[in-house]
Design a protein around this ligand. Structure first.
Ligand SMILES: NC(=O)c1ccc[n+]([C@@H]2O[C@H](COP(=O)([O-])OP(=O)(O)OC[C@H]3O[C@@H](n4cnc5c(N)ncnc54)[C@H](O)[C@@H]3O)[C@@H](O)[C@H]2O)c1
Length: 362
């Protein structure tokens, strides 16, 4: 088909499989304006396994390439879906953009701010699209939580949050996907940087611009690990952090994590407001991806299932929050509180709580 976008998947490891599932869902839904035309990976084993998965899920086998240079020389492609370790995001994206491909780069966009800026500059220079794969805010749980907090105003005005996780996670010294994640040179940082991209995106989405941030990091666990491509080195990415945040809206938050906690473990992730609080259903790396449960000041409990049902009910009824707001739309990130918005939120809150108590069915 002439108008199909010919896509190259660069990096055929773990997350590329999730991307493939997404392509499969699009194809099964009847969207046929793309074709996975090329696969690129330095590992022949991963290339072969992934090609077989594409054959099984999409019904055809793409061409395979052992490196980006050869792929750009030989393949007929329009776009690249880049699923590489962080250190290779810019070294793959920039030549692709220079060669005229649009790119989606997995999070975090670049291993450093400078690398990220160079990717954006290459897109601008070559008039190409560059996007990053940041999916958490689009998940149903996160959307319902955003609606509950910011649109239905179910916890009143948000005041502060605390995401505090202390756990023990065994180091995986064997798998390639974990070995590069233990090296700052290959990953840019530990989970504060890796899954932290999701955390930061979701907090900006929920609460708007950040005015002040402080961060303390520490690496406690430093075994020698055979890092891919650079050999044995001590693990040097953080396994403990405390972050404090002050938002332009006046909201405060702290975020603290360790994977090196012995014996007692905690997972305490809440947003508190003037009239209640919402507790994240445990996925600290992907805030609210699985939704959150609310408890109000008077002890009323609203489980996530009810929140999702009410949210979907409003969506399917075509009720837009904009219809409830006299001051209309909000920016994608950032939503300074305003008197009309807060009074509209109170009105929505009462209506929503009334409907929740009746357990609506759509
Ligand atoms: N959005 C999400 O929820 C999510 C989840 C997991 C990972 N990720 C991101 O996806 C990216 C990849 O992570 P992963 O877990 O799939 O890693 P992975 O280690 O499982 O896969 C990386 C693949 O890249 C290949 N590769 C390495 N160097 C290469 C090079 N120079 N050229 C071509 N291929 C090369 C490896 O052989 C491997 O197959 C990272 O940016 C990560 O942060 C995102």
């Amino acid at each position: 088909m002439d108008d199909q976008v010919r896509i190259a998947i660069i990096g055929c490891g773990g997350i590329a499989g999730a991307h493939l599932n997404g392509y499969q869902q699009l194809q099964e839904a009847g969207y046929d304006r793309f074709r996975i035309a090329a696969l690129c990976d330095t590992s022949e084993q991963n290339l072969s396994r992934f090609a077989a998965n594409v054959e099984e899920k999409l019904g055809y086998t793409p061409d395979r390439y052992p490196n980006v240079e050869q792929m750009l020389d030989e393949a007929q492609v329009d776009a690249a879906d880049i699923c590489l370790p962080h250190t290779y995001h810019h070294t793959a994206a920039i030549p692709c953009l220079e060669a005229g491909l649009d790119c989606m780069v997995e999070k975090p966009v670049g291993i450093t701010i400078k690398a990220g800026q160079q990717i954006i500059a290459a897109a601008q220079k070559n008039d190409r699209i560059v996007a990053t794969a940041e999916q958490v805010r689009r998940d149903i749980g996160a959307r319902a939580a955003n609606w509950a907090i910011n649109e239905a105003g179910l916890i009143g005005e948000p005041l502060f949050f605390g995401f505090d996780v202390k756990t023990w996670m065994e180091l995986d010294l064997e798998s390639y996907a974990w070995r590069w994640r233990h090296s700052k040179l290959l990953s840019g940082g530990g989970m504060v940087f890796d899954a932290g991209a999701h955390f930061a995106d979701m907090m900006l989405h929920l609460f708007g611009d950040i005015e002040e941030v402080t961060c303390t990091l520490k690496t406690f666990d430093t075994p020698i690990i055979d890092m891919p491509g650079i050999g044995p080195r001590p693990r040097d990415v953080e396994d403990y952090w405390v972050v404090t945040l002050k938002f332009a809206s006046g909201l405060f938050g702290h975020w603290s994590y360790s994977r090196a906690a012995q014996a007692y473990h905690i997972n305490s992730s809440y947003v508190w407001g003037t009239e209640g609080a919402i507790k994240d259903r445990q996925e600290w790396m992907h805030p609210f991806q699985f939704g959150g449960d609310i408890e109000l000041t008077d002890g009323t409990k609203i489980p996530y299932e009810e929140i999702e049902k009410q949210y979907l009910c409003l969506l399917s009824a075509g009720t837009s929050w904009n219809q409830w707001l006299s001051d209309g739309r909000r920016r994608l990130t950032g939503r300074p509180a305003s008197a009309p918005r807060l009074s509209a939120a109170r009105c929505m809150r009462q209506t929503t709580l009334g409907n929740l108590s009746k357990s609506p069915t759509c």
